[in-house]
Design a protein around this ligand. Structure first.
Ligand code: GLU
Length: 205
């Protein structure tokens, strides 16, 4: 189990996402991280330990589009390399993932034989599988979701778009929107004091 929190708005989202991750710490707390856009480029910051360790690294960071993760390792040891978000090889996509990609070994072999991965996680295979699909990002995600087996809730940043993409199958994911802003989380506690309504994404949505 682990926790996802993501937010976009015209205002800074780092603070809200870190606050959200703290509420999700019960789901996993071995390491954490965020990805965000700064001057149009994807950046990631990660930390081993509790969210407060990550928060220390983020005191001077601001971004209006952020995805975050608190991890309970299933694939790979507890380390900064294995902490989410994970980037695609071309660094275009950053992903946070809650769940298990059961066929990750087979996928590594079939699509990425000989490639050096930055982590030991099933998640890094998933983000790269998305990156090599055809079409717009939304179509790439959809195609990759048909190939993976297992469970996932994901939030994905695309360096070329001011959007956060979400998908889920058998892991929880809730989203809430207002005019020009939105938030997502693994449970509804992340919306407290911010949104009055949220909805649960459906499987394969
Ligand atoms: N399988 C991923 C990892 O080990 C996500 C973990 C989880 O959802 O608990 O990093």
């Amino acid at each position: 189990m682990c926790g996802i929190c993501a937010g976009f708005s015209t205002e800074d989202q780092i603070k809200d996402v870190v606050e959200g991750l703290k509420k999700l710490e019960y789901r996993g707390y071995d390491s954490s991280g965020v990805a965000f856009k700064e001057n149009g480029k994807l950046k990631t910051l990660k930390s081993v330990g509790e969210i407060k360790e990550l928060a220390k690294k983020l005191t001077n960071v601001k971004s209006n589009i952020v995805i975050g993760h608190t991890r309970w390792a299933t694939h790979g040891v507890v380390s900064e390399e294995n902490a989410h978000p994970h980037l695609s090889f071309d660094r275009r996509y950053a992903i946070v993932h809650n769940g298990i990609i059961e066929n990750h070994k087979e996928l590594r072999q079939k699509y990425f034989a000989g490639k050096e991965f930055a982590s030991q996680t099933d998640t890094e295979v998933f983000v790269n599988l998305i990156a090599i699909q055809n079409g717009k990002t939304i179509n790439k995600i959809s195609s990759a979701c048909k190939i993976v087996k297992g469970s996932f809730a994901i939030a994905l940043l695309d360096e070329r778009a001011d959007k956060i993409f979400f998908a889920k199958r058998n892991s929880p994911l809730y989203v809430a929107f207002c005019d020009g802003c939105g938030m997502a989380g693994s449970d509804i506690s992340v919306f407290a004091g911010k949104f009055e309504e949220c909805f649960m994404m459906g499987n394969d949505e």
